[in-house]
Design a protein around this ligand. Structure first.
Ligand code: ATP
Ligand code: MG
Length: 238
């Protein structure tokens, strides 16, 4: 991705990873890219703008359809960002509109979509409003991730169990292999372990590419799983 122009000094350009994007751009080198980082580090700000650069509405939903708002305005970052994708991604972006596929799972609207869109033409056949939170998400993913295109997700793990997260890893990997471009913000070390994915860690430093093994996220989980008390003793007095 590379910005065209920007009004610095105000949000979102004050968020370190967004400021860095303005200075250095961000190229999606692999079919599947994860954005990881603490709460408030700028992941959603980035994925919403990336979705817009793929011509998806930042509010969430399918390519070419507006979900829940008649008059979408772009996010401030989306206004200045253009896509710098993999070769396959560039080919898809330039392709005919009717052949373009894409879906943006936005954290804030995803549950609402499973409640309201099941059975509607162009979405998924199942009545996801009658499913559990995680069942509905998986049904939505299985139907929407069915062809190469642009798939952007913001914390898709929110509703998913361990085994369902594994299924999502398999789906994302398959999408990547099929030539799709996938970008996913996550707090899940499980999702970030998707084979062949690029992982970008955002934070106070801006953004940097990190191997899965070296992620702060993975380190914290490893330590916590081996000894929860080492963390909890700082928070809970017996
Ligand atoms: N509409 C807004 N106006 C001003 N500041 C905002 C707005 N939306 C988000 N922010 C701020 O921008 C920063 C980045 O927010 P963002 O939602 O991108 O973080 P995040 O990495 O997705 O966090 P989380 O893991 O909690 O989802 C935060 O400091 C947040 O408070
Ligand atoms: Mg977020």
């Amino acid at each position: 991705m590379a910005p065209d122009a920007a009004g610095r000094g105000q949000w979102p350009f004050t968020v370190p990873c967004v400021a860095e994007l303005l200075d250095h751009g961000l190229t999606l080198r692999r079919p599947v890219t994860f954005l990881v980082g603490d709460n408030g580090s700028g992941k959603s700000t980035l994925v919403e703008a990336i979705a817009e650069s793929f011509k998806l509405d930042a509010y969430g939903g399918r390519l070419g359809r507006l979900y829940g708002r008649p008059d979408p305005s772009k996010t401030p970052l989306g206004e200045v960002l253009r896509a710098d994708t993999t070769v396959a991604g560039a080919r898809m972006l330039a392709g005919p509109r009717r052949r373009k596929k894409g879906f943006f799972l936005r954290a804030e609207t995803a549950f609402d979509m499973t409640e309201n869109l099941g059975g509607l033409p162009g979405y998924w056949p199942e009545d996801t409003s009658a499913m559990s939170h995680g069942e509905g998400f998986l049904a939505m993913f299985r139907s929407m991730f069915d062809a190469p295109g642009f798939f952007v997700m913001d914390e898709p793990e929110a509703a998913l169990s361990f085994t369902s997260c594994l299924q999502l890893v398999a789906l994302m990997h398959e999408l990547g292999e099929s030539g799709a471009q996938v970008v996913c913000a996550t707090h899940s070390p499980l999702l970030a372990a998707t084979p062949g994915a690029d992982i970008i860690e955002v934070g106070e430093h801006g953004s940097r590419r990190v191997e899965w093994d070296e992620l702060a996220l993975v380190d914290h989980w490893r330590r916590y799983m081996s000894d929860p008390h080492a963390y909890l003793r700082h928070l809970i007095t017996p």
